[in-house]
Design a protein around this ligand. Structure first.
Ligand code: ATP
Ligand code: MG
Length: 329
């Protein structure tokens, strides 16, 4: 039996706005198995980063977690812990690498000073050992550890800063790392090297990860399972191979269709027209229906829930059998 490292249950996150509460994450359920990487994909604004922030209970104002549980194996619900326990839990058990790691770094302090501050904040009895470990991880990430620790963030290139961000995420040996577009701001060579590093630490240390990216090629490469989000909801989850070879939700099919293929007619790669709806308060029905060529009255009246179509493959759509499940949008 596979073990679940973290389970997100019935998560709802809203941002207050003049029009009312914007529902950025709507009743999301996710399970991350130990040692596995879950890819989280979907168009801009669909709620991926908000899910990652909620997994750290770090949703910023004007957002708030309306309900849900973030259950970490062996630790319980993060949202039920005291503020102090949550503070210690982050970085120690779950850490994060953002697109712009420089934003995690204090521009006014050398990296070593920041590590010493982390040691203080986490009541680590031997800060020198932590600095030593940081140097070692840097070397493993093909960075000159001594030079990195001595540097101010602005003295490092984007690729270096991103690797320093990964080093910091690894430093307290967490079981889970959340990667939110860790390679997006990098040139393709740095991107490739950061990706190799993530794969390497995943393989060696059995770390579980959530990997958020717009780059479906990267998802295909690093993720074991994929969850597709649309307008705050999960619309499909499947093992990576299944999702790429046999997506069932019309939205997933459209997302994958937008990819140019090596074989076949390149003109068949179509962009998806229109935009996701802004969800204010509770909205009934399928949120994708306005962009879906299979929509019927049912899609407006009722909400499709995630339903198993195969082992580990779940889809929230009434029309998955349209054209034998193989139609393109
Ligand atoms: N600071 C904020 N204030 C108001 N609304 C916000 C804020 N941050 C996010 N939202 C709302 O939450 C939704 C989801 O945003 P989120 O950043 O999680 O999307 P995303 O999938 O990470 O997008 P991207 O791919 O562009 O990073 C947005 O569409 C927006 O409605
Ligand atoms: Mg985001």
């Amino acid at each position: 039996m596979s073990e679940v490292a973290v389970a997100v249950d019935d998560l709802v996150v809203e941002f207050s706005s003049d029009e009312g509460p914007v529902r950025a994450v709507d009743r999301v359920n996710l399970q991350l198995e130990r040692g596995k990487i879950l890819g989280l994909i979907g168009e801009s604004g669909c709620g991926k980063t908000t899910v990652a922030h909620a997994m750290l209970n770090a949703v910023a104002e004007p957002g708030r977690i309306v309900r849900g549980r973030i259950h970490y194996a062996g630790h319980g619900d993060l949202l039920g812990m005291s503020e102090e326990a949550q503070r210690l839990f982050r970085w120690q058990h779950v850490s994060v690498v953002f697109q712009a790691s420089q934003n995690t770094l204090n521009p006014l302090q050398r990296i070593e000073a920041q590590i010493r501050e982390l040691a203080r904040a986490h009541r680590i009895s031997n800060p020198n050992a932590l600095v030593g470990r940081a140097r070692e991880i840097c070397d493993r990430l093909r960075l000159d550890g001594r030079r990195m620790l001595d540097a101010y963030p602005h003295q490092l290139s984007g690729g270096m800063r991103q690797r320093v961000g990964i080093m910091l995420a690894l430093l307290l040996q967490p079981e889970i790392i959340l990667f939110d577009e860790p390679t997006t701001a990098l040139d393709s060579l740095s991107q490739e090297s950061v990706l190799r590093i993530i794969e390497e630490i995943h393989a060696k240390e059995g770390i579980s990860g959530v990997f958020i990216t717009h780059d479906l090629g990267i998802v295909a490469e690093v993720a074991d399972v994929v969850a597709v989000m649309y307008a705050g909801r999960i619309v499909e989850t499947a093992p990576t191979g299944t999702l790429f070879n046999a997506p069932r939700h019309p939205y997933s099919r459209a997302l994958l269709n937008a990819l140019p293929r090596l074989t076949g007619d390149p003109r068949a790669a179509k962009g998806l027209t229109g935009a996701p709806p802004k969800v204010v308060g509770e909205v009934a029905g399928c949120l994708f229906r306005e962009r879906c060529r299979f929509q019927t009255a049912q899609c407006k009246m009722a909400e499709p829930v995630l339903t198993s179509v195969d082992a580990d493959h779940r889809v929230a759509c009434f029309k998955i059998n349209e054209e034998d499940g193989r139609a393109s949008v």
